[in-house]
Design a protein around this ligand. Sequence first.
Ligand code: IFM
Length: 725
Amino acid sequence: MRKIIEKEFALNYLNKYGSQMTVGNGYLGVRGALEEEYPEQVRGMYVAGIYNRPSGSVSSELVNLPDVTRFQVMLDGEVFSMQAGKVHAYERFLDMDMGELVRKITWESSAGKKYQLNFHRFISKAVKHVIAAKVEITPLNDRMKVKVKTGIDAQQTNFGTQQLAESSLRIFDEELMVGEYETIESKQRITVATKVNEKGIFTAKNRQLMTEVEQEVAVNETFTLEKISMVTSSLDEVDMEFPKVSYADLKTASETVWADFWEHAGVRVESMNEFDQFALDFACYHLEIMTPKDDFRCSVGAKGLTGEGYKGHIFWDTEIFIMPFFLYNQPGIAKQLLQYRYLHLKEAKEKAVKNGYNGALYPWESAFSGEEETPEFAAINIRTGTRQKVASAISEHHLVADIAYAVCEYESATGDAQFMADCGAELLLETAEFWISRATNRNGRLEILDVIGPDEYTEHIDNNTYTNYMAHYNVKKALEWNKDNKTFVAQAEKFLENLYLPVENEAGLIPQDDTFLQKDWINLDKYKAAQGTQGILLDYSRQEVNELQILKQADLVMLFYLFPKMFAPEVVKKNLDYYEKRTIHDSSLSKAIHAIVENQTGNRAQAYQFFQEACLIDLGSEPHSSDDGLHAASLGAIWLAVVFGFAGIDTSAELLEIAPNLPDAWQSVAFEFVWQGETIAVKIAPNTLQLSKNTKSVLELVIYGEKQQLTDTLTINLEQKDVSL
Ligand code: IFM
């Protein structure tokens, strides 16, 4: 069983587990908060696409919706809390096989009475609106009087900001509680309906619609309360009927859908370190529950639906780090993520005009409306009372080309001509037109000035190599897809001819930007040891960091990852070594990408170490690192590191290529990979590479540099291959 286990209750880890143990299905996400209250605990239920921009704020927030997970349990007059009485046994686990969260506690009250309490919860993967919960309580040494209070609690806020007005509260048929709400500014309607399987006394007070069930239970008998809830919103097109089935029936239906997911999207690793498989399962589970399945008006926020970090905003994380998992497993979902961008072409064009450019300038952070959502200022410096401006909305423009890159990846993996005709070619054209207008002619050379590349510790620089190459690729691909547009063709050809593409200097170094290599260098060991904490900003101001050779995250290395054939291997190696020494990896988007490029250069041991460190970003022992949600891009990158790193898949040429190079600790890895409509089962063991598919058509591919044909099964003996790089 794929399980995340919490062995003992610790307040310090409450919110980290709250994020890790989120249950969901891409439409709904419910944090793994405990049923009873603790002051430090952040409860959260989110529906993809439901945002509100509180008045006076420049940013929309993913709305924390009315809660249905809270159960106040009173046992013989004492409120159940693990901070009172005595916990004799405790186990909580999230069963990732089917997304069920289970907690089992043997608890003794301060009056010396013992109880067994079991809590269960899941979100249906079969009916996306449904949340099912079950509480079982058994008195172990005496009869008990149990009271359980639960219902719909609309006291939830986004860290104090109330986003919802209560429109109506009703009880139907003396059992069904229904609360209707509206987001205050964005006017989205939310309906939460819930019922329990026992008669209780209803109350409606202080934004809480509750029922209280009371029962006397004999010793060793079990009191069971099932609670089925349903959430719908004005974004849904159909009126849903409340399910009339039990927890067990709902679970069976959901399990079947989950089983199908794991069969096709799971990755099996045989490793000396069991943690590798666990981290991969964790990544796949969360990628699946963070991504909307049937609504292109929604995309994936930087924390998925696991918390309120980054206010639920959507970044380049989606196209570059998250989308590939779907593209090569469930391509329809990748298409939907691109359709989200296409839907907001209008807003991107408006942003371009506002900033004096042509074409489409996508917002650095976006939400439901497709407008720019990046906060104007970062958190306040409480010593000076000042706030630093966030420059990303004004100059972190590489996102435009990242989206175009994702369009091209989708096209080459699927050959979906209809998508290109409907959306893709236009997306490429508009993004390319942005770059053409964004470039400045300096002495006959086109340059891209005043940008932020992926490395956000280096701001307002000219000719960021990543950005320039990505812009070049964007325009080149737009040209291929818009050959009939004469005006564009002329402009694009001129751009491609004249855009400055930095190359390596005499020392073999490709400059990250015009000034990076002239800056001073400091020893970063101390900060690297505390990577992810941005500790450097406690010792140096942002301006000082900007004047040093310090990278927050992969920048040029990101380019090496996206274009594995663009630079000579020795150039990649030299620059990887140089830039890694200067990279703190303070961003969660960095380590796994370095792992991939290290593996490409043959440095397998380092690659594996980076991979393992990337796996710890959300799963490490640091108590608060994921309190406000998991790092969605980093979870995507764990999958990328296995498939594009160790398994050596390369999609950058016309034919699919594969040249695995597994870590020493791994005996095998197996996964499915969807390419051009064919599902290829890949199995890499120490001495063999086996590819198989269910059709008889011939698929040409390149294995360790040699052209091969795959009909149904192809087995390559790796002992006869020189797999060293
Ligand atoms: O998109 C990233 C960015 O690259 C680094 N800062 C966090 C953002 C959201 O994950």
